[in-house]
Design a protein around this ligand. Structure first.
Ligand code: GLN
Length: 488
């Protein structure tokens, strides 16, 4: 039996090299585990067992013929269902795309497959990334592996729950305002939101195109570095990707880390934040001072405007991006009416979830000619102020550390009848995306009730190397990331 709980990319590759197990065995046992756990967790909308086993046989052939292992050779992974996967249903978590089978792969999917990764399935998520608990999905509610009465966070809750329950080694996710970091935090795994433009968005269903970023979840920062090495970089198919010198994030992890100046923004440590979270994050900061870093309080005065600026910007873009789902071109089509207009109205009316409709309506309103200046334009001005807030701090400080979420994971159903309360849960993650900067969420403790707590390490544009290095140092002196849920 393979011990899935300690399985990392490195450990898996050692096993392949020493002939401890074959890739086919790994994939078979991965699906046996999924079949055992999935009825309680519900992290997947679609499983791809047949294709995965076929690929595993190809990988075994390569290994047996003595070929060098590629970066993600034989590594089982999953992807949030907003990624287009060739020949595999891709719903975005929404009913309107039920049955949609893309004819091509998203760039990030293509890149990981080119170096040998094996897709095991598509993860449940809030429709198009709209939500913070994965409860808005058309298909099912994913449960938190640490306590199945609780939500896994969102919108990429299926990805975080799958990695946390060791169903696959990593998962590709999308973060527009926290959808990688917050579920990573709720499920006690590591999750990276990259600098805008570092990873191609091609083939990923758009939420807010100026905010969307593609990243990953994994059990360790080391595994995240391997995945980032593969997916980062300029892409001809996405004009917003930036030309950056290639960095080997994995090799850099082992480099000597300089002594850093770290800021703790006081707006993230107020009395509205759960005291257990404040305690855990401050403890983590003090652990880092023992490594020679200095930590001091700083202020980001515009933080309080972030929720309003983020949601206005994001949902304005939603209203445009969701226009393409018309019941004609992709997925579900309701043909019960008499004319083309009723196809549009019935398909969209029946299959967009309430949260998608809410965002289309509010976004359309914010962009309408009479209100554009008051809402959308104002939001863009505030966005600049938020960005400047960070830029000023990064002139003095190398990195910032803050809680990922002001609240602990909450119970399934607890926030569902209060959409505004659900939006406020994102107070500490939506601040980042409007500025384009990267942030890495890692586990840093547990509450008395054994619910995960996470912190985020935030840095200036293109500082992924430093974020990963510091997080790796933290993971080498602590063991929060090694604790595993006991799923009953
Ligand atoms: N929870 C946030 C929202 O609903 C973030 C979503 C995301 O990053 N995709 O908008």
């Amino acid at each position: 039996m393979i011990n899935f709980e300690d399985l990392t990319i490195k450990r898996l590759h050692e096993g392949y090299k020493k002939d401890e197990f074959t890739c086919t065995e790994v994939i078979k046992q991965t699906f046996a585990r999924i079949k055992k756990l999935e009825p309680q967790i519900k992290a997947f909308i679609t499983l791809t067992e047949k294709q995965a086993l076929e690929k595993a046989q190809e990988v075994d052939k390569r290994i047996n013929s003595g070929k060098e292992l590629r970066a993600l050779e034989g590594v089982p992974y999953s992807a949030k269902d907003v990624f287009c996967t060739k020949g595999v249903q891709s719903t975005g978590g929404s009913g309107i795309l039920e049955g949609f089978i893309p004819p091509y792969n998203a760039t990030a999917i293509r890149k990981v497959e080119e170096v040998g990764a094996i897709l095991i399935g598509k993860n449940n998520c809030d429709p198009f990334g709209f939500g913070s608990s994965t409860e808005n999905s058309y298909y099912q509610v994913t449960r938190n592996p640490w306590n199945t009465e609780y939500v896994p966070g969102g919108s990429s809750g299926g990805s975080a729950a799958a990695v946390s329950a060791n169903m696959g080694i990593f998962s590709l996710g999308e973060d527009t305002g926290g959808s990688i970091r917050q579920p990573a935090c709720f499920c006690s795994v590591s999750g990276l939101k990259v600098t805008y433009g570092l990873v191609s968005r091609f083939g990923v269903m758009s939420y807010g195109s100026s905010l969307d970023t593609i990243g990953a979840f994994a059990g360790t920062v080391e595994d995240l570095s391997v995945v980032l090495n593969v997916i980062a970089g300029k892409d001809e198919d996405d004009a917003t990707t930036s030309e950056q010198p290639r960095i080997n994030y994995l090799l850099n992890l082992k480099e000597n880390l300089p002594k850093l100046k770290i800021g703790l923004p006081k707006e993230y440590f107020t009395e509205d934040v759960d005291p257990e979270i404040i305690k855990a994050v401050k403890k983590a900061a003090s652990d880092l001072t023992k490594q020679g870093h200095t930590v001091s309080e700083v202020s980001l005065p515009y933080t309080k405007y972030a929720i309003a600026a983020y949601y206005l910007s994001g949902i304005s873009e939603v209203s445009a991006n969701l226009a393409r789902y018309d019941g004609i071109r992709f997925g579900y089509s309701d043909q019960s009416g008499q004319d083309i207009n009723s196809v549009y109205l019935n398909s969209r009316g029946k299959r967009f979830e309430d949260e998608a409709k809410r965002r289309i309506m509010v976004g359309t309103y914010a962009l309408s000619s009479g209100y554009y200046d008051a809402y959308y334009q104002k939001a863009q001005q505030v966005r600049t102020l938020l960005k400047q807030d960070f830029e000023r701090k990064f002139q003095e400080y190398d990195l910032l550390i803050a809680p990922v979420s002001p609240v602990l994971p909450f119970k399934v159903g607890e926030n569902m009848d209060d959409p505004l309360k659900m939006w406020l849960v994102d107070a500490f993650t939506v601040t980042i995306n409007p500025s384009g900067i990267p942030s890495l969420a890692i586990p840093c403790g547990f509450s008395d009730s054994n619910l995960p707590i996470g912190m985020q390490i935030i840095g200036p544009m293109n500082s992924e190397k430093l974020l990963l290095q510091l997080a790796n140092q933290y993971q080498s002196i602590t063991d929060w990331h090694l604790r595993k849920p006991r799923i009953k």
